[in-house]
Design a protein around this ligand. Structure first.
Ligand SMILES: Nc1nc2c(c(=O)[nH]1)N[C@H]1C(S)=C(S)[C@@H](COP(=O)(O)O)O[C@H]1N2
Ligand SMILES: [Mo]
Length: 213
C-alpha cells in the first residue's frame, strides 16, 4: 500500500489557525427557514429523524485535486423530506460554525445526490475534515460544500457564498473536464463525467450560459 497522501485542508473562516474544535455533546444542528417542521437536533436526535446512508464518492476542488472516500451520513433529499420545505422556497443555505456560508438550488442538490456526511472511511469527521458534519457535492466544485455545518435553511433566494470573498466565482462552480490530482490514488484522474451528467440541469454557470448563447 502506498503511503497515505496529505489532504489539503480548506477552512477560510479560520485563516491560518487551527479550526475551532466542537464538543459533540453540546453540538446541535439547526434545520430551519421556510419548512413545515424545523428542528434543532443533537447528533443522536438527527439519526432518529433521518435514515443513514453510506456512499463511495469522489469530490473535486477547483484548485485541481480530488478525493474519494467512503462517506456516511444523510442524503440532503432525506433531510429535506423530514422538514418539508414550503412551495416557492427553492434554495438551501448552509452555514458553518465559523461563518462560512453557501447557497444552492435544492433541485440541484437532490439531483446530484448531495450528502450531509458525518463519517469518512468509517471514522467520525476530524476537525480538519469538517467535524461534526459537512455537505458534500459530487457534481460541483467543493467550495460549494460547507464543512462544520451549524445551520441549514430553506430560503427563497440565491446569494453568492463566503467563497466569493476569497476569490472564487459562480463561473467556477462546474467541474471542468481536465485531469485533477486524486489525493487518495496519488495520480491524475479525469472527473467522472458520466456521474456529473446525472445531475439535474440547474442554475448553470455564467461560462456555460455564455457558451450556449
Ligand atoms: N466551512 C468551510 N467549508 C469548506 C471550506 C471552507 O473554507 N470552510 N472550503 C471548501 C473547499 S474550497 C474545499 S475544496 C473543501 C475542502 O475540504 P477538505 O478541507 O476536507 O480538503 O471544503 C469546502 N468546505
Ligand atoms: Mo476547494
Amino acid at each position: 500500500m502506498s503511503k497515505p497522501k496529505k489532504i489539503p485542508t480548506f477552512f477560510w473562516e479560520y485563516r491560518n489557525r487551527r479550526p475551532d474544535d466542537i464538543d459533540l455533546a453540546d453540538y446541535r444542528l439547526e434545520v430551519a427557514g421556510a419548512v413545515e417542521h424545523p428542528f434543532i437536533a443533537s447528533l443522536e436526535e438527527l439519526a432518529e429523524r433521518v435514515p443513514r446512508v453510506e456512499v463511495r464518492r469522489r469530490f473535486y476542488c477547483v484548485n485541481g485535486w480530488s478525493l474519494e472516500a467512503l462517506w456516511s451520513g444523510y442524503r440532503v433529499a432525506d433531510l429535506l423530506a423530514a422538514v418539508a420545505p414550503r412551495d416557492g422556497f427553492d434554495y438551501l443555505r448552509v452555514t458553518s460554525v465559523g461563518g462560512y456560508e453557501d447557497t444552492s438550488p435544492i433541485q440541484r442538490l437532490i439531483g446530484g445526490d448531495a450528502l450531509l456526511a458525518t463519517h469518512m472511511d468509517g471514522e467520525p469527521l476530524s476537525v480538519e475534515r469538517g467535524k461534526p458534519m459537512r455537505i458534500l457535492l459530487f457534481d460541483m466544485y467543493q467550495f460549494k460544500g460547507v464543512k462544520a455545518v451549524k445551520r441549514i435553511e430553506v430560503v427563497a433566494d440565491y446569494r453568492p457564498g463566503f467563497w466569493e470573498k476569497v476569490g472564487y466565482s459562480e463561473e467556477m462552480i462546474e467541474i471542468q473536464p481536465y485531469p485533477h490530482f486524486a489525493i487518495d490514488l496519488g495520480e491524475e484522474r479525469m472527473p467522472e463525467i458520466d456521474k456529473l451528467a446525472n445531475a439535474e440541469p440547474m442554475e448553470r454557470s455564467a461560462r456555460a450560459r455564455r457558451k450556449q448563447s
